[in-house]
Design a protein around this ligand. Structure first.
Ligand SMILES: Nc1ncnc2c1ncn2[C@@H]1O[C@H](COP(=O)(O)OP(=O)(O)O)[C@@H](O)[C@H]1O
Ligand SMILES: [Mg+2]
Length: 325
């Protein structure tokens, strides 16, 4: 890609706040990344220590993590369970404060943003979690779930909540007639599509997927990954895509950062990391998974054939007929 520039952000300060309706990525400035996190540290108290006599012992779940996500790209964060991926994601999305470190989003420091700035940031950065049933309110309809972020932003729902919801449902491959249903009335893959629709509703610029496909069956995983890729092509947002499954990562990542014990031990272009891992830990991770899964290959061949046959519309149609059983 382009060479890295260390230029200062004098021009950034002169830019007026972007209009709320600006398309994703349209305000990205030159070679600056969309998101830059520098030296993030998160310490947690060790349970059972501290108390009346002194300070609790702490351990570092995140220990000096720096990463960049560029406009329109997918950075995958991989590593075994407990390596600090989710904590990093929560800090980056400002769902949790870091002990130290800095976050810059689109040229603007957001580490300690509050009030209106924090609200704007939280709309620009959306999170899709692993378990859709626990991240979607079980007592709310799809319509209420996907319009809530807009209403929280104090924004109008374009075209009214019902039409807006139905359009979004179509875009993520759900039956728009189901807009009054509750999360429990959908399969796991369908419920995850609701979570994705909710993220899309506010036209985010960065979508953080924390193990968003990890709980799904392998064939459903492939469909959701195809959906995520199509939406990225259409919307131009970036992903910070967290997964412990490297077969999944290979399908979606442009670049890969490998985490172990709270640190990033290796970072690079996807193929470089997969084909020529530099770090012993990465080699161990890679050796634990089959290189290619037949389901992935089949899904990829079918998608390519559909595209070749009649272009993009075909793939969209295919999306909507998935999971109808
Ligand atoms: N809120 C918390 N309080 C205490 N320890 C935590 C908390 N959240 C995560 N941890 C610990 O931090 C480490 C990293 O966790 P996490 O970021 O969830 O890893 P990963 O997502 O890679 O599996 C783990 O040892 C976990 O137990
Ligand atoms: Mg996690």
């Amino acid at each position: 890609m382009s060479t890295t520039s260390t230029g200062h952000s004098t021009e950034a300060e002169a830019v007026a706040p972007a209009a709320a309706s600006a398309p994703a990525a349209s305000t990205s400035r030159g070679a600056d990344p969309l998101l830059r996190a520098t030296d993030l540290v998160k310490e947690f108290a060790v349970p059972g220590t501290g108390g009346l006599l002194g300070r609790a012992d702490t351990f570092r779940a995140v220990d000096g993590v720096s990463l960049e996500v560029r406009a329109r790209e997918t950075l995958a964060l991989v590593g075994e369970s407990g390596s600090g991926k989710s904590t990093t994601a929560r800090i980056v999305a400002r769902l949790m404060d870091a002990t130290s470190g800095e976050i810059v989003f689109d040229g603007e420091p957001v580490t300690h943003a509050k009030g209106e700035r924090l609200r704007r940031f939280r709309s620009d950065v959306q999170v899709v979690f692993q378990d859709p049933y626990s991240s979607l309110n079980p007592r709310h309809t799809v319509e209420r779930i996907v319009t809530a972020p807009l209403l929280y932003q104090g924004r109008q729902v374009p075209g009214g909540t019902r039409a807006f919801t139905q359009q979004l449902m179509e875009r993520v491959g759900l039956d728009p007639d189901h807009h009054r249903r509750y999360p429990s009335q959908f399969s796991g893959g369908q419920a995850q599509r609701i979570g994705i629709a909710r993220a899309l509703a506010v036209s985010p610029r960065l979508v953080v997927c924390d193990e968003a496909v990890s709980a799904l069956d392998v064939s459903v995983q492939a469909q959701i990954i195809n959906l995520l890729r199509r939406l990225q092509r259409e919307e131009g947002f970036s992903y910070l895509f967290i997964a412990h499954d490297l077969a999944v990562v290979r399908q979606i990542a442009d670049r890969v950062a490998v985490m172990s014990k709270g640190r990033i031990v290796e970072q690079g272009e996807r193929d470089a990391v997969f084909d020529d891992p530099q770090h012993e830990y990465t080699r161990t991770l890679l050796s634990a998974v089959p290189r290619i899964r037949p389901e992935w290959e089949r899904a990829r061949r079918e998608a390519a054939a559909a595209r070749a046959a009649s272009g993009h519309a075909e793939e969209t149609a295919k999306q909507t007929e998935e999971e109808t059983t």
